[in-house]
Design a protein around this ligand. Structure first.
Ligand SMILES: [Zn+2]
Ligand SMILES: [Zn+2]
Length: 548
């Protein structure tokens, strides 16, 4: 099956060809726009790469660093490769322009040209068929006219023998004519409905119309259709005069017969041309158009394949470049990286000096504790409290340390097991770090206690623990009373011994000797007037202000 055998109407073929060309044209435009967009993109990308390249160059001034550490891999390898990739892409876009867009233009122009040529061929054949049909119609028309003149002659020569002959012959002629016209009629009616050649040119697409010659006479040689009475066409009135005179009596009959013969011949020719047009010329042109269409598609396909080959080549280049980056990344040793960094950036360092003791006029010029009655009580209390605190802190540190060890074990097992997600490892690591932070803070307090105990122990002998010592608890005093240590008014926040109800200010607690007699005494609340109360309030506000 081909266009020649499958189609009888050039319009469907032309719309097929136009669709194909339109598609190729659209693809060409699409690719052109794509190239434009990608060019802009690559340009932007290149300037972006350069921006970060110069940033990197500013960051590392030591040449040793710019070729060794991991940070640099991104810039020299990754960024450098990115730059090369951009250049590759740019080169590909140029290739697209010369090897894809231009050839597409060429095949489109060629297709258009060949399409036009074949369309002209088709319409030339079409014109010949139409001209032959016109000729045929013209001859039939002339016979009709002659018939009328014969009738006129008959009425003029009532007793002429020849008129009978003419009448007889004419009768036969008309009979033949009616037979012939009925023979033509089905062909005509059939064609007028489907594909009468004469109806084609006016309904063709306008672009093809322009390719057509304006007149049939240019393509149809009139000699192909001889017509002997063409020259006598305008002299029928002269004939009548001649007939009237009885001269050249044989001429009309001969003319009639010739007319009939020429008419039949032109009919045969018209039908033969018509057959040839439908059976040979049209299939030939249609097949030509088919091969033009197929050639366009084949060329287009080849160009598309070329385009994909280019893309594949580019991908291969890209993957090679990626491999290169990967090799560089794998060559990086993180701990060595750190070593290089330390070597390049470490500077000479001196431990900060010990904070010196600054003597005043009140103290002797010695960095020693002052020991007397009241201070020794305070120091003894401090040592006592310090030991208690140290004991509690040690307990806390021990439990936190064992907790920390547990988390460290979990962390180790997680690190060994590659199936554990990073997020889970991070959770455990964060918990472990929080515990370590607690231990560090507890150790700071421990150190404070240890230093205090150690320092005080240098001056005060280690005394045995008293039999009973005050058990101070913080309490809020609502009814003002007197501090058992300093004998001043006591109100608000205070310490009270649970065993002997000894009450004192918070500031006084450390100065109270440890021994407790364990005997509870009844406390008297102070009877105070308004002015005393305001005095107490003022004192307390002042005191808490200092504390804060
Ligand atoms: Zn007590
Ligand atoms: Zn007090």
């Amino acid at each position: 099956m081909s266009f020649g055998s499958g189609f009888h109407d050039i319009r469907s073929i032309e719309s097929c060809l136009n669709d194909g060309a339109q598609f190729v044209h659209e693809y060409k435009e699409y690719l052109k726009d794509t190239i434009q967009i990608e060019r802009e993109y690559v340009k932007n990308k290149l300037s972006h790469i350069n921006k970060y390249k110069s940033k990197q160059e500013k960051r590392y001034t030591l040449p040793e660093l710019t070729y060794a550490i991991l940070n640099d891999i991104y810039y020299t390898k990754m960024n450098g490769n990115m730059e090369k990739k951009c250049e590759d892409r740019m080169a590909l876009l140029e290739k697209f322009n010369t090897d894809i867009i231009e050839p597409l233009k060429v095949i489109l122009n060629k297709e258009e040209e060949e399409k036009k040529k074949n369309s002209i061929k088709y319409h030339e054949s079409c014109d010949i068929v139409m001209a032959s049909k016109k000729k045929c119609d013209k001859k039939q028309d002339k016979i009709d006219k002659s018939e009328k003149t014969e009738k006129m002659e008959k009425s003029l020569n009532k007793s002429g023998e020849l008129t009978e002959l003419v009448e007889k012959d004419k009768g036969n002629g008309t009979n033949n004519l009616t037979i012939n016209t009925t023979n033509i009629a089905p062909l005509n009616s059939n064609n007028s409905q489907t594909m009468l050649p004469s109806s084609l040119p006016s309904s063709l697409p306008t672009n093809l119309m322009s390719a057509l010659p304006t007149g049939n006479q240019l393509y149809v040689d009139d000699n192909l259709f001889p017509d002997m009475d063409d020259t006598d066409n305008g002299s029928s009135s002269n004939d009548k005069k001649k007939i009237k005179k009885g001269k050249k009596i044989l001429n009309p009959l001969m003319k009639m017969n010739n007319k009939k013969n020429f008419y039949i011949m032109s009919l045969k020719v018209a039908n033969a041309l018509r057959n040839k047009f439908y059976e040979e010329d049209t299939p030939y042109v249609f097949n030509e158009l088919q091969s033009i269409n197929e050639k366009l598609y084949k060329n287009f396909k080849d160009i598309c394949i070329r385009q994909i080959e280019y893309e594949k080549e580019l991908s291969k280049n890209y993957s090679n470049r990626n491999e290169e980056i990967l090799r560089s990344l794998n060559s990086i040793n993180i701990s060595k990286d750190t070593e290089i960094y330390i070597r390049c950036y470490s500077k000479e360092w001196h431990k900060p000096e010990i904070i010196p003791f600054i003597p005043t006029t009140h103290w002797e010029d010695k960095e020693e504790l002052v020991i007397d009655g009241p201070t020794s009580i305070v120091l003894k209390n401090m040592i006592q409290k310090g030991r208690e605190r140290l004991y509690k802190i040690d307990l806390g540190i021990n439990s936190k340390t064992s907790e920390y060890n547990k988390f460290e074990m979990i962390c180790d097992s997680f690190n060994k097991n590659s199936n554990v997600p990073n997020s889970e490892i991070d959770v455990i690591r964060n918990k472990k770090n929080d515990i370590m932070q607690n231990i560090i803070m507890a150790n700071n307090i421990k150190l404070i206690c240890e230093i205090q105990i150690k320092e005080i122990s240098k001056y005060i002998e280690n005394e045995p623990k008293p039999e009973r010592q005050h058990l101070f608890k913080p309490k809020k005093i609502i009814n003002p009373t007197v501090c058992d240590y300093c004998k001043e008014k006591l109100w608000g926040k205070a310490y009270i011994c649970k065993l002997c109800t000894f009450s004192c200010h918070i500031k006084c607690e450390l100065k109270v000797p440890l021994e407790c007699n364990g005997v509870k005494t009844k406390r008297k609340s102070l009877r105070i007037n308004c002015s005393q109360l305001s005095e107490i309030i003022t004192y307390n506000i002042k005191y808490f202000y200092i504390i804060d």
